[in-house]
Design a protein around this ligand. Structure first.
Ligand code: LRH
Length: 488
């Protein structure tokens, strides 16, 4: 068993991977067994995930990877599949960027259960796509009438691999149906919306066993049928935060990829009125920790621009775009990187230009100027959110760990150090897969507690350090411009 790797299945919003991780006392090595696209499909009734294609790619990745000690699955949060009384999946899971939830909270949910009461119970920031609002949007559908079990996407994939049914708690904590204080389901919220609390399966925690492979899965992948599937922190952000290479307590983190999830790790939720008003979330991390954070649009803004530019036949080479952005005029135009208007797919360059036009700012004329606008706006949002988090949670922060794909973006890392006025330690890029693998290794007794996991990552993974360049006054003035921009 010593050199047999663990398999992390890590699905992101645009691609998925099967990654093999080998864990030794002082070593931690990753190799990618399989990478595949995750391409959402627009159907007449909404934007859907192609979950069958994802599942097949996972099987192909496991087959390509060879024997493993165990398997763990993490994906993005909030989305789910519904099973009928026969255990069959009802339809194609909706994508959280589908616009059917627009206005649903105010129309369907808050009249029955107020936003204050919801915050007290669940501690979640308001995001239109939270599972609760997605269910409320479909409340009258034939699908909901036929549904007997709700499985979050990673739990659905675990179910197809093993036949077992459960709800992993870090991901359950993003549903708006989970009690932030007790760490148990808040099924009464479904009751109040005339939905069935019986949809919610029993909870399981990272590290719990989730079964072994079904015979046909073992036959296809070539893996032995007793290969365990281990429950990991199945919310990708929870796995990423578990893998922050922190060696002290006074850190903030930014899990930076499609989204920037910026915040603090706490022992207990902050459910104050100030925290609700600032729209901070209390999601669950591993070992009962609280991920106190806000969602910032993240590199979605840039990736969606590049997708549009590809369709328009314009250049999309990332290093070249970033070099142009580095040379572009600083602070020419800023957008609110937390604004819901950037959530949906569609011509992002034009939406950013329209935002600048509407708010009386210079409209970025070149691709480089537009990328500069995006990266400065993200860095500014990182500053705002981390400063607010530190005040609301009454915690001092001495440095920032920026993990995930965004840690490769040197300009964004430097701008984040400049904007926050704090040293930024960037990396590991593969934080999510590392968190997934180390929770499996821990379940097998191969690594110690959370601090030990983090020490192993800090000692083995490549990290980059960014020091603030001391232009704090410019960032303070940019930060003071933003509220005016938002109101204009
Ligand atoms: C990041 C993420 C984030 C959620 C969003 C839906 O991948 O899981 O934490 O808010 O996707």
């Amino acid at each position: 068993m010593h050199n047999t790797p663990y398999a992390a299945v890590d699905l992101g919003a645009t691609s998925g991977r099967v990654i093999l991780g080998r864990v030794g006392p002082d070593t931690l090595d990753l190799t990618e067994a399989h990478r595949f696209p995750n391409t959402p499909v627009q159907l007449p009734d909404g934007l859907r995930w192609d979950v069958l294609a994802l599942y097949q790619s996972i099987l192909d990745g496991l087959r390509a990877g060879g024997q493993v000690t165990s398997i763990g699955i993490d994906t993005w949060a909030v989305d789910y599949g519904l099973l009928d009384a026969d255990g069959a999946l009802l339809g194609h899971p909706f994508h959280y960027r589908d616009n059917r939830t627009e206005g649903v909270a105010a129309r369907e949910v808050w009249p029955k259960i107020g936003s204050n009461e919801l915050y007290q119970a669940t501690g979640l920031q308001h995001l239109p796509f939270t599972t609760l609002y997605q269910l409320a949007a479909s409340a009258d559908s034939a699908q909901i009438a036929a549904a007997r079990t709700l499985l979050m996407i990673p739990d659905l994939l675990v179910h197809w691999l093993t036949g077992s049914i459960g709800a992993e708690e870090t991901n359950a904590s993003t549903t708006g149906l989970f009690d932030a204080r007790t760490g148990t389901w808040a099924g009464h919220i479904l009751d109040r919306l005339s939905l069935d609390p019986g949809l919610l399966p029993p909870l399981r925690a990272p590290g719990d066993p989730a079964g072994t492979l079904l015979p046909h899965v073992a036959a296809y992948t070539g893996l032995s049928a007793d290969t365990p599937v281990v429950t990991v922190a199945s919310h990708d952000t929870a796995s990423a935060v578990a893998a922050v290479p922190a060696t002290t307590d006074d850190f903030a983190y930014i899990s930076c990829g499609t989204w920037s999830l910026a915040g603090l790790e706490l022992d207990k939720p902050v459910l104050t009125e100030a925290s609700r008003a600032a729209n901070f979330t209390n999601e669950r991390g591993i070992d009962g920790t609280i991920r106190y954070l806000r969602n910032i649009m993240g590199l979605w803004l840039l990736e969606e621009c590049r997708r549009t530019w590809t369709m328009q036949g314009l250049p999309t080479d990332l290093p070249a775009l970033l070099a142009d952005a580095a040379r572009a005029e600083p602070f020419a135009a800023l957008v609110d990187a937390q604004a819901p208007e950037f959530l949906a797919p569609g011509d992002m360059p034009e939406r950013i230009r329209a935002y600048c036009r509407r708010t009386g700012q210079p409209v970025p004329a070149s691709q480089g100027a537009l990328v500069r606008c995006i990266l400065e706006s993200l860095a500014l949002a990182h500053r705002t959110v981390l400063r607010q988090a530190s005040v609301l949670a009454d915690r001092d922060v001495s440095h920032v760990h920026l993990v995930g794909g965004g840690s490769r973006n040197e300009l964004l890392c430097q701008l984040t150090a400049d904007a926050t006025g704090l040293p930024v330690i960037a990396g590991p890029t593969e934080a999510t897969a590392l968190g997934n693998i180390l929770v499996q290794a821990r379940a097998h007794g191969r690594v110690g507690d959370l601090p030990a996991m983090r020490r192993l990552i800090a000692g083995t993974q490549q990290l980059r350090h960014y020091t603030p360049r001391g232009d704090g006054a410019s960032w303070a003035s940019a930060a003071s411009r933003l509220p005016t921009i938002k109101e204009s």
